[in-house]
Write a protein that binds this ligand. Structure first.
Ligand code: CDM
Ligand code: ATP
Length: 317
């Protein structure tokens, strides 16, 4: 029988790696999303009653920051939330185990056969329940962070398959930029920068300075889809959910009108609303739209951003 002596140098190397992994923090800044077009088709039982979509997603430079740090084995997850605008996440009834970032951590842990011993923090800047995909951005950020923290190095198609089990918008949020979405929104085909379609969208004015008009009020995505089933799409609307969202939240319609009058090239309800997104051709027009929104009290919070943008991943020891 042979005995293998522990090699102190090798042992020291592994202890150092373990300590490094435990003190590593991965930080992901994940942008909001909007839909430059959103065509809504019929419902499908196999998608849990969700509607078929044909959409062009665009990531908008309002970022939530998610950090992930390893915790001691067996201690479970933790979640710290901060930000000035937490919407219904600030309510005492909000269950942190239902937070989209935590659900994403659980999904990654299941797929990797690991325990979810991770400390997550979320700094929220994306308005909540606003049609800007904030929860999806946080889930996508958590998936990207865990992929790096646990050194899984899974390719994007594997991460997208996990994200698709959690929500329609999440696969897009992993990569941002511009993309064509089909299925229930989870089938993603990237629109590469410089491609014909990207250039066409740019020529139409879907690039550069974006103003987001946000509200204290939130809309529930299922309720907006139910309302769409009753009222249908408005004539000529690029976003088929716009008429439904405006019927539930009329101020969004006033903000669209005001932005177009003030020179926006495009102004529409973002996704399921109630936020409104306005693309301005230049700085002066952007400022004019802000002034008009303020004067008419068309939005509760105005955010100036760029589009399209992508998530940013960083690591600190
Ligand atoms: C409005 C959009 O943001 C546009 O990109 C999305 O369609 C909604 O994305 P999401 O919130 O990630 O959607 P999910 O979490 O998958 O679904 C939330 C709810 O929205 C409705 N829903 C969502 C997607 C879809 N294709 N059809 C639907 O009818 C369903 O009522 C569903 O229960
Ligand atoms: N990390 C999260 N950030 C925001 N909302 C979350 C999060 N986790 C869970 N939620 C819940 O998800 C609901 C929708 O919030 P979210 O900000 O994602 O809305 P949305 O942008 O309208 O969604 P959608 O992607 O359907 O357009 C809220 O009621 C909120 O309580």
């Amino acid at each position: 029988m042979t005995t293998i002596e522990a090699d102190p140098i090798v042992e020291e190397f592994y202890i150092q790696r373990l300590e490094q992994a435990q003190s590593l923090t991965v930080r992901v800044d994940c942008p909001a999303k909007t839909n430059l077009t959103l065509e809504v088709g019929s419902t499908h039982a196999e998608w849990g009653g969700r509607h078929a979509l044909d959409t062009i997603y665009c990531a908008v430079g309002v970022y939530d920051t998610v950090t992930a740090t390893a915790k001691a084995p067996g201690t479970g997850f933790s979640l710290d939330l901060e930000g000035a605008h937490l919407g219904d996440l600030a309510a005492s009834s909000s269950d942190m185990r239902r937070n989209h970032a935590v659900l994403a951590l659980f999904a990654m842990a299941r797929a990797a056969h690991r325990e979810p011993d991770v400390a997550l923090t979320i700094t929220k800047r994306i308005p909540v329940g606003a049609g800007l995909g904030g929860g999806s951005a946080d889930a996508a950020a958590a998936i990207l962070a865990i992929n790096r923290l646990w050194e899984l190095n899974w390719p994007m198609n594997r991460l997208r398959a996990i994200a698709a089990t959690l929500g329609a918008d999440m696969p897009f949020c992993l990569t941002g930029g511009l993309a064509h979405g089909t299925g229930f929104g989870e089938q993603i085909e990237d629109i590469e920068a410089g491609s014909d379609l990207a250039r066409k969208l740019e020529a139409q004015g879907f690039v550069g300075e974006v103003l987001v008009g946000a509200y204290h009020a939130q809309l529930s995505t299922p309720e907006v889809y139910h309302t769409f089933d009753a009222v249908g799409a408005g004539k000529g609307d690029r976003n088929h959910l716009q008429a439904a969202a405006i019927s539930l939240h009329p101020r969004s319609g006033q903000a669209i009108e005001a932005a177009l009058e003030a020179g926006a090239r495009h102004a529409f309800v973002s996704g399921s609303g109630p936020s409104v997104v306005a693309f301005a051709p230049d700085d002066a027009t952007a400022q004019h739209i802000i002034d008009v929104w303020r004067r008419r009290d068309a939005a509760d919070r105005i955010i100036r951003a760029k589009a399209p943008v992508t998530p940013i991943i960083g690591v600190t020891q």
